[in-house]
Design a protein around this ligand. Sequence first.
Ligand SMILES: Nc1ncnc2c1ncn2[C@@H]1O[C@H](COP(=O)(O)OP(=O)(O)OP(=O)(O)O)[C@@H](O)[C@H]1O
Ligand SMILES: [Mg+2]
Length: 315
Amino acid sequence: MQLGGWFQQALTGQRQLVFVTGEAGIGKTTLVDAFVERLREQKGAWIGRGQCIEHYGAGEAYMPVLEALGRLCRQPDGQRLIELLDQYAPTWLVQMPTLLSPDKLAALKQKVVGVTPERMLREMAEAVEAFTAEQVLILVLEDLHWSDYATLELLAMLARRREAARLLMIGTYRPVEMLVHEHPLRGVKQELQLHGHCRELALEFLTEQAVQEYLANRWNGKADESASLQDLARFIHNHTDRNPLFMVNMVDYLIRQGVVAETAGSWELRGRLDAAGAGRYASFGLRYAALPLSWSAGRGIRERRTGSGGMCTTE
Ligand SMILES: Nc1ncnc2c1ncn2[C@@H]1O[C@H](COP(=O)(O)OP(=O)(O)OP(=O)(O)O)[C@@H](O)[C@H]1O
Ligand SMILES: [Mg+2]
């Protein structure tokens, strides 16, 4: 997995910024979740997660970063982070008042009166270098196509600094959404890319082979290479825009319709694969992922192929 290689580089003190990109439902979150889960099992890393939210007008500055830091500080070993923030980035700590006693909060407020936005950025740069001298830090920021501008500035500044930091920043975004809404992320990323300060993992649409692998995996690898498995994979591939979210929903749908039946850890094709029915289902709003998923995101995940187009690396 490419993310694993970049993580190894981050471990040596070469800070990394990776954009995981692709359309809605293509598997960005699933991929990052699977990667982060593996690291969690190994322990020894601070893993912070923040989510950008779609909003109208200017969003709160640094919202996803504050969310990620707040969560990290509330973890069992979070006290150490609070101490480091207090020492290096008081302006940030004061924005997370629930982590502080009333006295501490009042004292910090006094300390940070009149701090400029530039100083705030510098504080975080130094805090990150102090954190990562103690432990590797992974910062996942989801859906940057909705990010506030301050968060982008911070990411860019952290990516550009030359000081050693065991830091891996992963940002996900939908390119189409970014372009349609002329989001400043586009310019920020172009600039970073130009100077080799970021990398991109562009997720590709599913191949028929990947659908087959998913089906085999979903049934504990027991489905064979039979013609019916291939028929089913081809059918799903042809009717789901090659998108994993639609694929998973389509399989659930076919099971509900009794076309595919699960029997003792394996499966059987019981009905006719009906293109008209699939079309009706697809036009039912499948496209926008409004349907509840009965399938948990973690099950049946296979390593994803990624595109080389648009890849930017520092090599
Ligand atoms: N590699 C995979 N194997 C199996 N299922 C997958 C895989 N990737 C994605 N899925 C399925 O597709 C669904 C949507 O994926 P995910 O939420 O990761 O997409 P996304 O790219 O983050 O979309 P968005 O832009 O809307 O956030 C998941 O809930 C999961 O069911
Ligand atoms: Mg997502």
